[in-house]
Write a protein that binds this ligand. Structure first.
Ligand SMILES: [Zn+2]
Length: 916
């Protein structure tokens, strides 16, 4: 699953880390009384306990599902027929089922004996217990359950969305919500074929994982039967029903790996199908490119690309029926931005990579989720890099890994491979450590063993486990060697099984003018304010640049027990040393002021783009750890801002936003504005508000313009440009004159409307809110929502907060909106007071699957002394926010670190600003 919110900073980059939106998880809620049993279950010694995990003595062989789905109704009905195999004689059976009211149930044996079973719901475990008379012998049997269930209210399970007076139904099952749509063995290692039939209102479209093979009309509706699927885990099954637009795209042409063309369609709510064309074309290109890397055919009989108007995550890789939030798949030429086009391709690449990583080969259990998500993240960027080299997807991936390092330097950080104790742990597994740290580790080891050897290992892994499940151990054996415990795989495993980023330092003893060896020390990287223990041993694939040469070695070191790397060819010294050659290492180093000046001085031009990005991370890491002062930072920033690679020039934005919001004192504001303006002004002068009429402009320039204008408007807060922004926003909105949408390029909507909501007064604010209520364009809505949530006038901010509980904000938009209310320093305290009072209502209004992200807003308070207060506000609600106990610890630690960094650098920054 890919969440889009995911990689985009929430709004003005005030949060050091990125926000991942995880998939929804199972929850306990009211369960109707099963007709065939009593409501409450007597305690039983053999009930599954660990996160509702099922006993291994019974396994499904195949499913036949028939669901009657009318999206205008409150409930749906179904029949789940499951062929099972029991290893031993059984008196009972457990299935997952949540909010499911079983109306009839039986179990039959091949001999023909059939008996009714008593079904007991165990709601707090999301289980159904099936009891029958006597013992069933080991062997194959068939369980049949008829049931009724409510449509999901939390954008999970089988849920409804209404648009323009029409009702639609969609599914989102990952991780634990297939059990809300049909009784099942809802664990990823149970992979079986599914036969799906949907009975839908007459004439409506029905979509599932495979091709439709039969459609018959009856008085009850149209009965649509789909081809038997390949073996799938329950979380990858999908349905969609409604009066959709269906767009037939040219089939994906045959390739060397796949002898036949594959049908490709787009599905969207009525009226929006016309915007699917661009995304469909991307899917074709991506499938072909992925097949050439994997050497294995796209595994399913068709591909449907489904735009979902309200969606909790970003996208979901259902086998052959991928669902996306609309902004990630509908490209409307009138509102599309350059960034959106890249996101559409990038997220499609991620979801399509899952068709192999996750779908063809599935992780055996959720503790190995990285096998799905880290791979899809890494592979998605890899394939975009080869299709669109100008987009610098490799740099983007490196930036994601750097973002994950901030989370990973928390004492409360998860391990990538964390033992799953309860359902909340499944939810927490969908975080930036699993996605971005995992992808960073893959990039590091690919660099170390070589791209070809790595590719061969991946092909071996997919081939050996195709249509099955696999574990980390099996992956390591396939990729790193037959014994499965080579030194390399042990080093790899260490990054999965422990939290933290290694901080590396290197001594280069110069003897007789020659450098022959390097001495490497390592410990855990910790920022200011951390209560962690740095001392630790690290086994690392390290590639060091010495002058023009690069030496790679697998080292094991602590802070005091140094590892020695012998250079095959001694070099003349002193020479420049860069500890992260190619910038591919998931490591940090913290140069001091003098080293930083050297790094960004004469050495800078010797670094590759990815190395320069790693150098910026080193500077950030040093600043956050107190190893360089604010004055040094300000000296270096112009060098970075001038970098000709856009991603690098833009990379200090988060740090600058942090300074602007939390460290700069009012008395120094003018000086800070001047310095920040100098960083962004040259690009703005070159590119202006828009390209010259008739001039063709490359995409990087469009993005560079947005970066520069965003920096000037929201970080530097340059007064004259902010005035211009308000004028442009008024024209775009039609305030005080006719509406002129040409006044503003779609790429600039977000920063310009944000400033307009802050400086434009109630008239402009009202117009932005009115536009939100009218707009169904997901891309425009995103900018409108960011603008509204950023209001800085106390009265308008109060209205912005009230809006977060209004239907004008769609359910799937709400979490980001609420967190966005904390971005603006002027209204932050009022937002906190409001949240403290209204948390139960806010929790209720946010979809269950993303509630655990709410505590992240606490970081913005940036005050270590408020820990008790924060805990007091969240404690009563934690039971309603699965997984939030963990994110709250993260957030409180981030709040403490934010405070410590501010305290450490405040006077230094003030002095440095005065001198300029
Ligand atoms: Zn994913």
């Amino acid at each position: 699953m890919r969440s889009f919110a995911l990689v985009r900073r929430l709004s003005l980059g005030l949060f050091a880390s990125t926000l991942l939106v995880a998939c929804p998880g199972a929850r306990t809620s009211d369960v109707p009384e099963p007709t065939t049993s009593t409501a409450s279950a007597p305690p039983s010694s053999d009930e599954p306990t660990l996160a509702g995990r099922l006993p291994t003595t019974v396994a499904p062989i195949s499913y036949s599902l028939e669901l009657r789905v009318d999206p205008t109704k409150e409930t749906f009905t179904g029949r789940s027929t499951i062929a099972i195999r029991t290893k031993s004689a059984e008196k009972r059976l457990f299935l997952h089922g949540h909010d499911i009211r079983v109306t009839a149930a039986s179990i039959s044996s091949p001999s023909g004996t059939k008996q009714t079973v008593k079904v007991t719901a165990l709601p707090d475990k999301s289980l159904l217990r099936l009891d029958w008379t006597g013992e069933l012998p080991a062997g194959e049997h068939t369980v049949e359950l008829e049931y009724e269930a409510p449509f999901g209210k939390e954008l999970s399970g089988l849920y409804r969305v209404e648009r323009d007076g029409q009702s639609y139904a969609f599914t989102q099952f990952e991780a634990l919500d297939a059990r809300r749509a049909f009784p099942c063995f809802d664990e990823p290692s149970f992979k079986t074929p599914f036969d799906v039939t949907l009975v839908v209102p007459k004439g409506q479209v029905a979509v599932s994982n495979t091709r439709q093979i039969e459609r018959t009309e009856s008085s009850a509706g149209d009965r649509v039967r789909f081809a038997t699927t390949e073996k799938l885990p329950t979380y990858l099954v999908a349905f969609a029903v409604g009066p959709f637009d269906v767009v037939d795209a040219p089939p994906i042409p045959a390739t060397k790996a796949r002898p036949k063309a594959t049908p490709l369609r787009g599905i969207a709510v009525k009226g929006k199908g016309k915007h699917l064309k661009e995304a469909l074309a991307e899917h074709t290109k991506l499938v072909v490119e992925l097949e050439s890397y994997f050497g294995i055919a796209y595994p399913y009989d068709k591909l449907d690309v489904i735009a979902v108007p309200d969606f909790a995550a970003g996208a979901m890789e259902n086998a052959g029926a991928i669902t996306y939030r609309e902004a990630l798949v509908l490209v409307d030429p009138a509102s599309a931005t350059e960034q959106q086009r890249r996101d559409v391709a990038g997220v499609a690449a991620h979801e399509l990579a899952h068709q192999w990583f996750g779908n063809l080969v599935t992780m055996a259990w959720w503790d190995d989720l990285w096998l799905n998500e880290a791979f899809a993240t890494w592979m998605g960027q890899r394939v975009i890099q080869s299709l669109y080299p100008a987009w610098n997807a490799d740099l983007e991936l490196t930036e994601w890994a750097h973002g994950a390092m901030e989370t990973d330097s928390l004492v409360s950080a998860r391990k990538i491979r964390q033992t799953i104790v309860d359902d909340g742990d499944v939810e927490n597994a969908f975080d930036d450590l699993t996605y971005s740290k995992g992808a960073g580790i893959l990039a590091m080891f690919e660099r170390f063993v070589g791209a070809e050897a790595f590719q061969a290992g991946i092909r071996r892994y997919l081939d050996e486990h195709r249509f099955g499940s696999a574990t980390t151990e099996q992956f390591l054996t396939s990729v790193f060697g037959a014994d499965g415990e080579t030194k390399t795989s042990a080093a790899f495993r260490q990054f999965l099984e422990r939290a933290g980023v290694p901080r590396v330092s290197i001594d280069a003893p110069c003897e007789n003018g020659k450098l022959a060896r390097l001495e490497v020390a390592a410990e855990r990287y910790l920022p200011l304010g951390s209560k962690g223990e740095a001392a630790s041993t690290w086994a690392l694939p390290l590639c060091v640049k010495t002058g023009d040469a690069t030496t790679c070695d697998l080292v094991s070191a602590t802070a005091t027990k140094k590892a020695v790397i012998s250079l095959t060819k001694p070099v003349a010294c002193p020479t420049f040393i860069f500890p992260n050659a190619d910038g591919a290492g998931y490591i940090r180093y913290t140069p001091n002021a003098a080293q930083s000046k050297e790094l960004f001085g004469k050495a800078y031009s010797k670094l590759s783009p990815r190395e320069r990005l790693a150098a910026v991370d080193a500077l950030r890491a040093s600043f956050r750890a107190g190893a360089v002062d604010a004055s040094t930072l300000l000296d270096i920033l112009p060098t970075i801002a001038k970098d000709k690679v856009r991603n690098i020039a833009a990379s200090p934005a988060g740090l600058l936003a942090y300074l602007s919001t939390h460290v700069v004192e009012d008395k120094d504001r003018a000086s800070f504005t001047k310095i920040a303006t100098e960083l962004y002004q040259p690009t703005f002068k070159r590119l202006g508000w828009a390209a010259k009429a008739g001039a063709k402009e490359d995409a990087e320039s469009k993005l560079a313009r947005k970066d520069a204008i965003t920096g000037l408007l929201t970080i530097a807060r340059e007064p004259a440009l902010r005035k211009e922004a308000v004028t442009k926003a008024r024209a775009w909105l039609g305030v005080g004159g006719p509406e002129n949408t040409a006044a503003l390029s779609p790429d600039l909507l977000e920063p310009v409307l944000t400033v307009a909501a802050q400086d434009g007064g109630p008239e402009v604010f009202d117009a932005i809110v009115a536009r939100l209520k009218k707009s169904e364009d997901a891309v425009v809505r995103r900018s409108l929502l960011i603008a509204i949530s950023s209001a800085s006038d106390p009265k308008l901010a109060e209205r912005a907060r009230a809006l977060s509980l209004d239907e004008a904000v769609f359910s799937g938009e709400r979490i980001r909106y609420v967190i966005g209310l904390f971005n603006v320093p002027e209204t932050r305290e009022a937002a906190w007071a409001w949240l403290s009072k209204n948390l139960p209502a806010v929790v209720d209004a946010v979809p269950e699957g993303v509630r655990s992200y709410l505590p992240l807003l606490v970081e913005a308070l940036c005050d270590a002394d408020r820990e008790a207060e924060v805990r007091k506000v969240f404690a009563p609600q934690l039971k309603n926010m699965q997984g939030a106990d963990h994110t709250l610890e993260n957030a409180i630690e981030k709040m403490r670190i934010c405070h410590a960094i501010r305290k450490h650098h405040m006077s230094g920054l003030s002095d440095a600003l005065k001198k300029r």
